[in-house]
Design a protein around this ligand. Structure first.
Ligand code: SF4
Ligand code: FES
Length: 279
């Protein structure tokens, strides 16, 4: 496959965007997230197919890599189309910081920042993350410029398990998860989720619905990630877990510590669909 007149290696099942990034060719994106299925909502990642496929513009995040395909990522036609897309999005959502940072490279002038406007770009990442990790608690409502992800009837959602996957993948920071002493508020969804407290240190240790779903609440002693690590050997409960960089929820991404005396690291990191990080 050829991207910008460069032979680029690719693997079966990869998209043009993935192959390009692997080959060091940058293509801007907005709705794409490497942990989620391609969606093709924003069209910011447009490239032009010049040979080996149906010629014309195509979203690289949804375009399958193939032998003999030739694409260009920054032809006049591509840049013009991206400029139009980003211009429209900026007109609608002037405060959105990812859009404002894309604008100069495409020579689009951002409209004046107007605070208080909704920062959602309707990319659908939150909805897809909720379907994959949470419990389908949100979906799009309305059409056209009013299209937005919402909970049913825009009311507090009884289905939300508090995994915060939506807040972690949102490219614009339009969703905030604010943890209090014994509950966490997901502001965009007007939903408050109770937190389970660690029975050793009393700190918030995890969202109750998420732990209940994972079966963790049946444990006789419930500990937060830090206390579990401290007490793991004493309780003989297996490997201690350690939080890896990335998600903001403590213990969301456990991995085996290489520093545990007498232990060899044998496996690293699992994103556990439908389970708490502790599980
Ligand atoms: S809230 Fe964030 S993740 Fe959800 S659609 Fe809007 S911009 Fe995308
Ligand atoms: S990143 Fe490809 S369409 Fe949004």
């Amino acid at each position: 496959m050829d991207i910008d007149d460069r032979e680029v290696p690719w693997e079966e099942g990869q998209t043009v965007l993935e192959a390009a990034r692997r080959g060091g060719i940058e293509i801007p994106t907005l709705c794409h997230h490497p942990g989620l299925e391609p969606y093709g909502a924003c069209r910011v990642c447009l490239v032009e197919i010049v040979d080996g496929g149906r010629k014309g513009l195509s979203a690289s995040c949804c375009l399958a890599a193939a032998d003999g395909l030739r694409v260009v990522t920054s032809s006049d036609r591509v840049l013009r189309a991206r400029r139009v897309v980003v211009g429209f999005l900026l007109d609608r959502l002037p405060p959105s910081s990812p859009l404002r940072s894309l604008a100069p490279s495409l020579r689009v002038s951002p409209a004046p920042d107007e605070t208080g406007q909704d920062d959602c770009v309707a990319c659908g990442r939150c909805m897809r993350a909720c379907a994959a990790v949470g419990r389908h608690a949100i979906s799009f409502a309305w059409r056209g410029t009013r299209r937005r992800p919402v909970t049913p009837f825009e009311a507090s959602s009884p289905d939300c398990v508090g995994c915060t996957a939506c807040a972690q993948v949102c490219p614009t920071g339009a969703i905030r998860a604010e943890a209090g002493n014994d509950s966490m508020l997901l502001d965009r969804w007007k939903t408050r989720v109770p937190l389970v407290l660690c029975q050793a240190c009393g700190q918030a240790a995890g969202p109750e619905p998420l732990l209940a779903r994972a079966g963790d609440l049946h444990q006789q002693v419930y500990l937060c990630a830090a206390c579990r690590r401290r007490h793991a050997v004493r309780f003989g409960s297996g490997w201690p877990v350690r939080r890896a960089a990335g998600p903001s929820w403590p213990g969301a991404t456990p991995c085996l510590p290489s520093s545990a005396p007498g232990h060899r690291p044998v496996a690293i990191v699992a994103h556990l669909r439908g389970c708490s990080g502790e599980s």
